[in-house]
Design a protein around this ligand. Structure first.
Ligand SMILES: [Fe+2]
Length: 136
């Protein structure tokens, strides 16, 4: 059986460093999916996977934001807002999960998948095109 999210070259934004980080991020979401599928739903396991996903997301967004800042990318504010909205959503999931108010379900996984793939294919792709065109 394939992974929940399979990497597709259509996801590439043409910048290897960022593509590699996106692959890692997809790996975290797949890890969360397989934890649920394999009934590894002990609270400590899921908490650990969610923490890993969150920490890597923060690291990756910061890396992109640094690039956008140093290259004076004109869409930087809008792009950063999308990152913040996603980060807040994930914090919210983690808090609700920790407080026992939600289970991590297919709905949560589908949100993570849809958000990430849409963001990569549109928002990050636009950044990739800007960076490629900027190269001397
Ligand atoms: Fe991004």
């Amino acid at each position: 059986m394939g992974d929940f999210i399979e990497w597709d070259d259509a996801f590439s934004i043409g910048i290897t460093e960022i593509d590699d980080q996106h692959k890692t991020l997809i790996g975290y979401i797949n890890r969360l999916k397989s934890a649920l599928d394999n009934k590894e739903n002990h609270i400590e396991t899921l908490r650990g996977v969610l923490a890993g996903l969150f920490n890597y997301t923060v690291y990756h967004f910061f890396a992109e934001e640094q690039i956008m800042e140093t290259t004076q990318y004109p869409m930087y504010p809008k792009h950063k807002t999308e990152h913040m909205e996603f980060t807040n959503r994930v914090i919210n999931y983690i808090e609700m999960f920790t407080d026992n108010k939600i289970d991590i379900t297919e709905d949560v996984l589908n949100f993570l998948k849809q958000w990430l793939l849409t963001h990569i294919k549109h928002t990050d792709k636009a950044l990739g095109n800007f960076l490629i065109n900027k190269k001397p």
